[in-house]
Design a protein around this ligand. Sequence first.
Ligand SMILES: Nc1ncnc2c1ncn2[C@@H]1O[C@H](COP(=O)(O)OP(=O)(O)OP(=O)(O)O)[C@@H](O)[C@H]1O
Ligand SMILES: [Mg+2]
Length: 251
Amino acid sequence: MIEILNLVKKFKSVDKNNQPTFKIAVDNVTLKIRRNEIFGILGPNGAGKTTLIKMLTGQILPTAGKIFYDGKTFEENKTAIKKMLGVVPQHINFDQDLNVGENLELHARLYGMEKIDRRQRIDKLLSYMELADCKNYSVKKLSGGMKRRLLIARALIHRPQILFLDEPTVALDPQVRRKIWALIEELAKGGVTIILTTHYIEEAEKLCQRTAIINGGKLIAVDSPQNFCDRLGKNSLEDVFVELTGRRNSL
Ligand SMILES: Nc1ncnc2c1ncn2[C@@H]1O[C@H](COP(=O)(O)OP(=O)(O)OP(=O)(O)O)[C@@H](O)[C@H]1O
Ligand SMILES: [Mg+2]
């Protein structure tokens, strides 16, 4: 279980008079994510979704607040906890000088996987993501959709118990998007806890047991799509979203 307590992230910024100021990207968020659930984080551009994921995965430090994984503070157990986490970042961050297979190999080595396991796992995931023919391609040559599939393959190499996906299906065609949805559901059935951010309300509605709605860095509400609709007397998560954020859609 992941427990987030009064988490805050402030970024240094400048105001319109060029005076130093702070941007509060995540504003006192308290939240529990259960083991083995598919948990959605829904919010418009700039809501703080990526900043929250980056703190939960140790890519940036919180300004204030605490994160616990199974009761242990992330701060004090970062190395051990990070081994259990897989991260699909919003922005592509491959080593551009390595080819597709080498990028995965590097990741597998960083996680200390044995040679035979590395090879088998890389081939299996490339094949699942329909990238087997691209193993020797330069990552620069991949299309946007191929890069996103490779990001997912890379995040799964070391068999994470908790998988964070920051907008996993953005820019994917409907067929690939459905395949990723199926994969997420399969991973969850296999015991993996999934935390995903999305702009696509239907994605949260289809996949997530519970969804947090965030806006302006603040947690507005957390519930299951069905409970949201029942509580607010709405027919869809889309209508709930409009009611809670005042926004037409999440973009
Ligand atoms: N490194 C940074 N320095 C300064 N401000 C930042 C930084 N990273 C994010 N921000 C600001 O924090 C706020 C939240 O950004 P964040 O990327 O977390 O939003 P998001 O919900 O992921 O948005 P999107 O849907 O566009 O991906 C935004 O106002 C953003 O401009
Ligand atoms: Mg983001």
